[in-house]
Design a protein around this ligand. Structure first.
Ligand SMILES: [Zn+2]
Length: 94
């Protein structure tokens, strides 16, 4: 799993899956979360969640630079598509 092209192919296949968990796995092929920061798996550049509304800045020469520009937003959208608890309340006051 060290060849980026193989990882890209797996990520692309998972991205097309109807299973929301597969799409999260696809996201994780390109990004990781470490100590509250989001990190590019290719160049190891990081972005804090406070900068989620700004385009992700990769290091020079990163092969992933042309991909998703707002990975925090993409992750948030993916997580919202996961099945919710049946008794889930969006705005709990507890
Ligand atoms: Zn990168």
């Amino acid at each position: 799993m060290s060849d980026p092209s193989v990882i890209d192919q797996i990520a692309a296949a998972l991205r097309e899956s109807s299973n929301p968990a597969d799409r999260v796995t696809s996201w994780m092929c390109h990004w990781s979360l470490y100590r509250g920061q989001l990190q590019c798996s290719q160049c190891q550049a990081v972005q804090m969640p406070q900068a989620a509304s700004e385009p992700f800045v990769h290091r020079a020469g990163c092969m992933a630079a042309g991909g998703e520009a707002y990975p925090w937003q993409e992750l948030a959208a993916l997580l919202c598509r996961l099945p919710q608890r049946s008794n889930h309340r969006m705005f709990s006051r507890n």
